[in-house]
Design a protein around this ligand. Structure first.
Ligand code: PMP
Ligand code: GLU
Length: 400
């Protein structure tokens, strides 16, 4: 059957595909170690699961308002005020099927065909695809490892022209783990202000920050920035709720209403049971969130310490999220099993074939010199995987 031009332009989500591949191989009994996970390995905390069971038993099994249950949106507003210092009314909040749907909704309602959206590189892989899906154009800003893969306000200023409608910013970032400081965000906000562009701020890793790092929302820094920012967040990462599909956006009322109009025509409300459970999750004291964070933090320290001793690689120490983006390009040029490794895809393929270790190729994020490690895996798994990674690099060194 003939497929639309719009869909033919899109790539598959490599992160979702590789994450599934890891699970599938293990289910088949293959001794694979997967560092592909873009999701916590923890179960959703019991009090949240109990809330979902209660919601079903109490009959909360029907449609809600498209924007989500009022009680949930009120809870989201309370958390914005408490955690980020942002004051929103429930009308300024839209609950969707994951942060992913919120990002897409924001791009859809802001961009006409031919409009431009600025995306810092390395990026979360779905951003450019979503921009393509609405026939807009992604303008990429390259960054360097020495700058922790962060853009500067000057770079942003140079990247914007009169067709630019919006910029995407993701802090803490996937796949880099970097966090923008208050000063950096202020400078970026001023450039957005000067050129009158919207800011889509993806803050899904807000709660996952390490070693005293602080998450700051660009919207909280200045009322002028807030008036042009759509803040996106969700429960997938902090509450280990990836499968529940629950995210939310907050921002200027006209943008949020427009995103709601789109959602009302394509998916309706997010799952009602998940909404009830999310209300309870956000109302909690975050004890479980802190326990998971402590564990992520130990794993991060361990991973970074071990990788620090591996010759020929480099990476910025992640300050947030649960990824490390490692530059392995010094190993390119080696030959394994007759195949020459010249890019991140070939590197990851050979690593999987020879060591049964699954990593995500950096090309997925616009960073072909790199591979992404996720530390959303147990310590034992981490150790085993790192042994394999070191063995793989030794093999490459001998073939260089
Ligand atoms: N933004 C970023 C940066 C992500 O890494 C992810 C990963 N899933 C999402 C958004 C989407 O999250 P959700 O599960 O809420 O759709
Ligand atoms: N965001 C996660 C990742 O980057 C999960 C997969 C996805 O939604 O793309 O791996």
């Amino acid at each position: 059957m003939k497929l639309s031009k719009a869909v033919m332009k899109l790539g598959d989500s490599a992160t979702l595909a590789l994450n599934s591949l890891g699970k599938q191989l293990r289910a088949q009994g293959v001794d694979v170690i997967s560092f592909a996970a873009g999701e916590p390995d923890f179960d959703t905390p019991a009090f949240i699961r109990d809330a979902a069971k209660r919601a079903m038993d109490e009959g909360h099994t029907r449609y809600t308002a498209v924007a989500g249950l009022l009680e949930l949106r009120q809870e989201i507003c309370r958390r914005f005020a408490q955690d980020t210092g942002l004051e929103y009314s429930p009308e300024q909040v839209l609950v969707s099927c994951g942060a992913k749907q919120c990002v897409f909704g924001a791009i859809y309602v802001l961009c006409d065909p031919g409009d431009r959206v600025v995306i810092p590189v390395p990026y979360w892989l779905s951003y450019p695809e979503m921009v393509k899906a609405v026939d807009a154009e992604a303008i990429f800003i390259r960054t360097e490892e020495k700058d922790e893969y962060k853009i500067t306000a000057e770079q942003l200023d140079r990247a914007i022209d009169d067709r630019t409608r919006a910029m995407l910013i993701n802090s803490p970032g996937n796949p880099t783990g970097s966090i923008y400081t208050e000063d950096e965000l202020r400078a970026i906000g001023e450039v957005a202000e000067k050129h009158d562009i919207a800011i889509i701020s993806d803050e899904i890793y807000e709660k996952l920050v390490y070693d005293g790092a602080r998450h700051v929302s660009i919207a909280a820094l200045d009322p002028r920035f807030k008036a042009r920012t759509i803040v996106i967040n969700g429960l997938s990462k902090a509450y280990a709720m990836t499968g529940w599909r629950l995210g939310y956006a907050a921002g200027p009322i006209d943008v949020i209403k427009a995103m709601g109009r789109l959602q009302g025509q394509v998916t309706s409300n997010a799952n009602t049971i998940a909404q009830k459970a999310a209300t309870v999750a956000l109302a909690g004291d975050d004890r479980e969130v802190r326990a998971m964070l402590d564990e992520f933090s130990c794993r991060k320290t361990h991973l970074v310490n071990r990788l620090g001793h591996v010759p020929g690689i480099s990476f910025p120490v992640p300050r947030g999220a649960f990824y490390v983006l490692v530059d392995v390009s010094k190993y390119y040029g080696a030959t394994v099993n007759g195949a020459r490794i010249e890019d991140s895809a070939a590197f990851c393929k050979a690593c999987l074939d020879t060591e049964r270790l699954l990593l995500i190729p950096g090309e997925t994020f616009g960073a072909d010199n790199c591979v992404r490690f996720s530390f959303a895996v147990s310590m034992e798994y981490l150790e085993k995987g790192l042994d394999r990674f070191e063995r793989f690099l030794e093999r490459l060194s001998s073939k260089a």
